[in-house]
Design a protein. Structure first.
Length: 342
């Protein structure tokens, strides 16, 4: 069987709802560079079947920076980082509202409030819940939060305030997790995700690739995300930031490697919103448009401590591809729809 037929056979399996075998996952990750367009073509069949040609934009705010007690080796905000970043306590209510309006202006579907922490305190939860209520009233944009390890009770308070989705990435495979963090475990993250889901929130959970993980780790985390079934899957690539333990992992992945990973995540998660996230600009470079043949969502206008592509440039990329920028429907939230990509 030639590569074109083989990859389309995998697409047929994905559309039918069947999981790829480990051998098939490996074949995707080992796709030859000369066959990458064939892999993208097959993957796009899955993306188009469930997500059409629509693309969602998302914007975040780093609402509390550089004050985290954890030792995540990839993170410039961890307690072991010496990176030259801004460090500040929780921003004001006004700043949260201003950034929400920026997200709305950028035609974003969702706005995510992120803080550096092991887990948000009750006081922080109370403040963010008040902020979300005002954002929903004054800006009318869907809200997501990323506040670390939290309980079901705290998650329910966010849900009742109007938060629709909670971000908490698995980040890597369970096997490799002790190599990226020692102050909490993979299981701690899973438990938070379970608590958040029980509270009624939808899940946003993905991974960071390029941290020195093996091919088997990539397959393990991709399969784990399929089993978890989050609403959204952010696909991040490592910012190898000077002053962090992982600053050595520069250019660990090629643009084609990133495309192969994105294709694998889509083939294993055909209905999910797959978001092109951190460091997409650095890793994919001129091949960024090809990533949207697998992904249907993009972070714009910066990340936590690193800059990112301006939203207007992202608009242009989407338009040039002939895709459709889908904004959040006024006054309604569609996350409960049967087609999860929508």
């Amino acid at each position: 069987m030639n590569s074109m037929d083989y990859f389309h056979k995998l697409a047929d399996k994905s559309i039918a709802g069947d999981a790829l075998t480990r051998a098939e996952c490996q074949a995707v990750l080992r796709c030859q560079d000369t066959h990458i367009l064939e892999l993208l073509s097959a993957t796009f069949r899955v993306r188009e079947r469930f997500c059409g040609r629509r693309v969602h934009l998302h914007m975040l705010i780093n609402a509390k920076s550089g004050l985290c007690p954890e030792d995540c080796h990839y993170c410039s905000q961890s307690r072991i980082s010496t990176a030259a970043i801004e460090r500040y306590p929780m921003v004001s209510m006004q700043r949260l509202l201003e950034r929400a309006r920026e997200a709305k202006k950028a035609r974003c579907r969702r706005y995510c409030i992120v803080i550096s922490t092991r887990g948000a305190t009750q006081r922080e939860i109370d403040f963010i819940a008040r902020a979300v209520r005002r954002i929903k009233e004054e800006v009318d944009i869907a809200c997501c939060c990323s506040l670390g390890l939290i309980s079901e009770e705290k998650a329910r308070q966010l849900y009742e305030a109007g938060v629709e989705q909670y971000n908490h990435n698995l980040n890597t495979s369970e096997r490799y997790y002790p190599q990226i963090c020692t102050t909490h475990t993979y299981q701690d993250r899973l438990e938070t995700l379970q608590d958040v889901r029980r509270a009624g929130l939808h899940l946003c959970s993905g991974a960071i690739f390029g941290q020195g993980e093996s091919e088997e780790d990539i397959i393990d985390i991709a399969l784990a995300l399929r089993e978890l079934e989050p609403q959204s899957i952010p696909v991040n690539f490592l910012f190898a930031i000077k002053g962090t333990p992982f600053e050595r992992y520069t250019r660990y992945l090629s643009p084609y490697d990133c495309l192969r990973i994105l294709c694998l995540v889509r083939l294993l998660n055909p209905r999910q919103e797959i978001r092109l996230s951190a460091a997409r600009e650095r890793y994919l470079r001129t091949l960024q448009p090809f990533a949207l043949y697998a992904a249907n969502s993009v972070f714009v206008s910066g990340y936590l401590t690193e800059p990112g592509q301006d939203y207007q440039e992202t608009w242009q990329m989407i338009e040039d591809l002939g895709f459709e920028l889908e904004e959040h429907p006024d006054g309604e939230e569609t996350i409960g729809a049967s087609n999860m990509c929508s």
